[in-house]
Design a binder for this molecule. Structure first.
Ligand code: HEC
Ligand code: HEC
Length: 216
């Protein structure tokens, strides 16, 4: 029963995967044009929240996401979506609205900080059945996969557990829209399933950390 479920989940993952692999060209700006030195300066207005360990979003309460070493292409696409309002969040909409495409590329280059996080096959503990379909894009351990993908799946390993829960809940209830993730989130049937995958990915070792401007 369980293996049949895994098979179905994997199939769903692969179908969604081929959908995003076949889209061409960056819709979200070219991350390679970012200047990390400028980016660090421009990130100054963001440290009040993203530079403080365990800083919380209020109502609902959840940790502000970790950004340091997240993929630059994903940072840019997230900022674009906040700016356009496609991804609803009042504070981040206000923050992103004041940024130009160049600002976003600079900040993303600073946050990624050199080479992107590399995929690996190391898994701490056991991959829960509920996370079987996620590996196709996020890697079994949330560190990503080698295949180039657009949109770029974010690193999940080492992210705050309650932020991951919040993200999955909002994909699930349709508040946060994404062609791929809205379908994937439906594979998680209950709040318990969401909790299990969030705890699993958050617990995997990763370079993803809070973006204190002094950290490397
Ligand atoms: C007042 C606090 C606050 C400030 C200031 C702030 N952010 Fe955020 N940021 C948040 C919160 C809360 C979220 C999660 C929102 C959500 O649930 O979508 C977030 C989410 C993000 C994300 C999405 C991360 C992901 O994993 O999807 C990015 C990227 C981001 N912020 C970048 C920035 C940048 C760049 C700045 C400065 C220009 C900034 N933020 C300023 C609170 C803040
Ligand atoms: C076909 C590829 C694919 C599969 C399979 C997939 N994802 Fe995603 N995931 C993505 C992409 C692309 C994004 C970025 C979407 C966006 O910009 O909102 C994403 C975003 C996310 C985010 C938001 C992270 C953040 O920083 O805001 C979470 C959490 C997540 N996925 C969890 C999962 C889980 C759990 C599964 C398995 C049930 C899964 N994903 C399966 C491609 C995938």
């Amino acid at each position: 029963m369980l293996s049949r479920l895994n098979g179905l989940a994997l199939l769903a993952g692969m179908t969604a995967l081929s959908a995003i692999c076949s889209t061409s060209a960056y819709a979200a700006g070219d991350p390679s044009t970012g200047d990390p030195v400028m980016g660090q300066k421009k990130f100054y207005t963001c440290v009040g929240c993203h530079g403080i360990e365990n800083y919380k979003n209020a109502y609902p309460d959840y940790d502000v996401p970790r950004l340091r070493h997240q993929h630059s292409a994903y940072i840019i696409s997230a900022l674009r979506e906040y700016k356009s309002g496609e991804r609803p969040h009042a504070t981040m909409h206000a923050q992103a609205s004041s940024l130009s495409d160049q600002d976003m590329a600079d900040i993303a280059a600073y946050l990624q900080g050199g080479d992107p996080i590399k995929p690996s096959t190391k898994v701490v503990g056991k991959v829960p059945a509920q996370a079987a379909a996620c590996g196709a894009c996020h890697g079994e351990n949330g560190l990503g996969v080698d295949a180039p993908m657009n949109p770029k799946p974010p690193v999940l390993a080492g992210q705050h557990v309650d932020y991951l829960k919040q993200a999955l809940t909002t994909y699930h209830n349709g508040r946060r829209k994404n062609v791929v993730m809205d379908g994937m989130a439906q594979l998680l049937k209950t709040d318990e399933d969401i909790k299990i995958v969030a705890e699993y990915f958050a617990s995997q070792p990763s370079a993803l950390v809070t973006a204190k401007t002094t950290s490397k």
